[in-house]
Ligand binder design. Sequence first.
Ligand SMILES: O=C(O)COP(=O)(O)O
Ligand SMILES: [Mg+2]
Length: 225
Amino acid sequence: MTAPTIVFDLDGTLVDTAPDLVESLNHTIAVADLEPVTYADLTHLVGQGARVMIARAFALRGAPLSEEELPALLDRFIVHYKAGMPGGSRPFPGLLQALNRLTEAGFNLAVCTNKMEALALPLIEKLDMTRYFKTIAGGDTFAVRKPDPGHITSTIERAGGDPRLAVMVGDSVNDILAARRADIPSIAVPFGYSDIPVENLGADRLIRHFDELDAALIGELLGPR
Ligand SMILES: O=C(O)COP(=O)(O)O
Ligand SMILES: [Mg+2]
């Protein structure tokens, strides 16, 4: 029988990437003389990958940005962000213990992030976490990305799992909405970068710490089998 799959979001769920995202974003927008963004701004900027984050930073500062300028800015971001990896980014407390616990319990683990694959893969590798995941799907891996349910279901299929036997863990509306649209139960974490209070995301469960993520909770969400 297929093992249940647990799908994790990356930024703000598995890894606290905010300091490095802010730093590389500010390095990027400095070429246009924009005032640096803050950690508090990030919750409104992050979620749809680096390209959208840069465009949103320009909008936040009321600065014009043409389509033609974006590729060079995106390159600037990618080069800076990759060079600093893993920087100050660290797994959230209790994550590694949870990944070990869930792996030992026989679950398939996967990552579904809107971060581009070329950034997600090396970040997870530098944090020595690649081995935990059957697959790591980025925002540009498939034709669609969160909140499109196809991003999650394709990730599960690529991990050899079954979307009818899966749970999504995430920090933002993209994750919880995509899961709901895919009819997949979801767990929200409050330590990420949501501009909506996590209680209002509509997740099936809320955990405050990864210590709470165990086989019993997954079993409750998947119901009697
Ligand atoms: O990098 C982003 O914009 C979002 O990434 P996430 O989907 O892992 O939260
Ligand atoms: Mg996230």
